[in-house]
Design a protein around this ligand. Sequence first.
Ligand SMILES: *[C@@H]1O[C@H](CO)[C@@H](O)[C@H](O)[C@H]1NC(C)=O
Ligand SMILES: *[C@@H]1O[C@H](CO)[C@@H](O)[C@H](O)[C@H]1NC(C)=O
Ligand SMILES: *[C@@H]1O[C@H](CO)[C@@H](O)[C@H](O)[C@H]1NC(C)=O
Ligand SMILES: *[C@@H]1O[C@H](CO)[C@@H](O)[C@H](O)[C@H]1NC(C)=O
Ligand SMILES: *[C@@H]1O[C@H](CO)[C@@H](O)[C@H](O)[C@H]1NC(C)=O
Length: 451
Amino acid sequence: MKLGTIIVSQILALCMVCVAQLHPLEPAQYQRLPSLRESARIQNAWKDERVGRIPALLKKYNMDAWLMSQREHAEDTIWWSIKNATDFGAHRRTVTLFHTNTSSLAGKPNPLLWVDNTGAVWPELLNTLKTYHPKRIVLNVDRHIAFAGGLSVGEMAVLNIQLGDRWMGCTVNEPMVAVEFVASRVDGQLEYYRKMQEIVWAMLEEGFSHQVIEPGKTTTEDLEWWFRERMQTQNVTTWNQPRVSVIVESSFPGWQGTQDVIEEGDLLHIDFGITAMGLNTDTQHMAYVLRTNGTAPETDAPKSLKAGLRKANRMQDILLANMRAGLTGNQVLRMSLDQMKTEGIEGQIFSHPIGDWGHDAGAVIGFTNLPEYVPVLGELPILPNTYYSIELYAYHFVPERNETLRFRVEENAYWVAATGSWQFVRGRQERFHLVDQRKRQRTTFTVQGVS
Ligand SMILES: *[C@@H]1O[C@H](CO)[C@@H](O)[C@H](O)[C@H]1NC(C)=O
Ligand SMILES: *[C@@H]1O[C@H](CO)[C@@H](O)[C@H](O)[C@H]1NC(C)=O
Ligand SMILES: *[C@@H]1O[C@H](CO)[C@@H](O)[C@H](O)[C@H]1NC(C)=O
Ligand SMILES: *[C@@H]1O[C@H](CO)[C@@H](O)[C@H](O)[C@H]1NC(C)=O
Ligand SMILES: *[C@@H]1O[C@H](CO)[C@@H](O)[C@H](O)[C@H]1NC(C)=O
């Protein structure tokens, strides 16, 4: 019975891959993002739309207010998602009170905001609370979830004194307010996120090619720094150092890049992300360095490696199909691992939300060191209207090397409201990037021919 299931599902998986490969993605083009001034205008509109949802979000979780107090250099984590594009750190002591727009505060700004270094904020805040009379005030004091735990210890001590038992008695920890606010996207962001993903793919296609890699000479570290420099010329930054490795049997996700000279026959891997317009990406692709020298020069990656990538692609399909909104990260993980077992695929899943942060708020689906169950973050529900980074690896035995390698891929997906399912923002890697030294020699020849 098992064998039948395995064969049928593997044929299905292969067919899906065949169909996808009939329509390969066009080569990526470097995209131009708006000027800083125009970006600020666009980002402020997104911020206004998101902040405008907070009253409804508070009502959803049966809360009346959300209070933050922070000082420059000790900002609440939420600050970075509510600030204007032309704000950087919070000034002085910045206090924000989000409310539900009830009649007692009708027509008042939301949030109410004080920037203070004299103490004048406290009597004004107390007066506001007396007028508004909130019964449940969210404070960001969660012990486990960073997005909901950004109130500093010093500000907590000040609030205890200034608000006293009367109002501190109304404060509650409801981490989902912070999590859902940070994780939820607005429609306008997708157009620019697509541009960012195309920049990422354009960098991958250029970086993993003879234009940048000279086998026997270029090192993995050279390539990491090439990616950093290329970000500069594309006017994007990053949230972590690119990690480039030559894949061997022991290679494990999350490790630093290796220190290798890149050689023909190497399987290369990169894990990197870019940052622009308040959004972040996180991508992993693999490349193969063709053997050009010898009795059987190659024109494509060996079949055994392609089969490994196909397994990882199949895992992506399984995971996306199981990621129904409302299920917990751990439920989705369990279902996906069970389905992999049925299909005879071994591997590991460690996927996470992405957006305002490279590792964004919300349910994670596995962790590299917690492959089957993640406390706290794995128990959160998958939220619709968010972006996810689909990060995983499949094990596959490569007979030519007598080794079982991890085929590690990562792509970013967005929620499609119309179908209630996920789609990759640009697509996913289904073929290895190929580094072909012969093209490099031809380039050199042409240059010499010209001179
Ligand atoms: C953003 O700018 C607007 C307009 O100047 C201002 O009313 C608002 O308080 C600012 N928001 C924050 C969080 O400082
Ligand atoms: C609440 O009030 C603010 C400021 O007046 C407004 O921008 C926002 O759209 C209102 N939100 C709702 C849900 O009524
Ligand atoms: C990057 O920004 C500079 C300065 O605004 C601009 O001249 C350049 O064309 C931009 N490059 C890209 C690729 O957008
Ligand atoms: C091709 O192989 C020969 C013999 O192993 C070696 O001497 C030569 O350096 C190789 N050439 C390249 C371009 O790798
Ligand atoms: C393959 O590797 C295994 C152990 O990893 C070893 O026992 C076996 O001899 C190897 N086979 C060949 C053909 O080298």
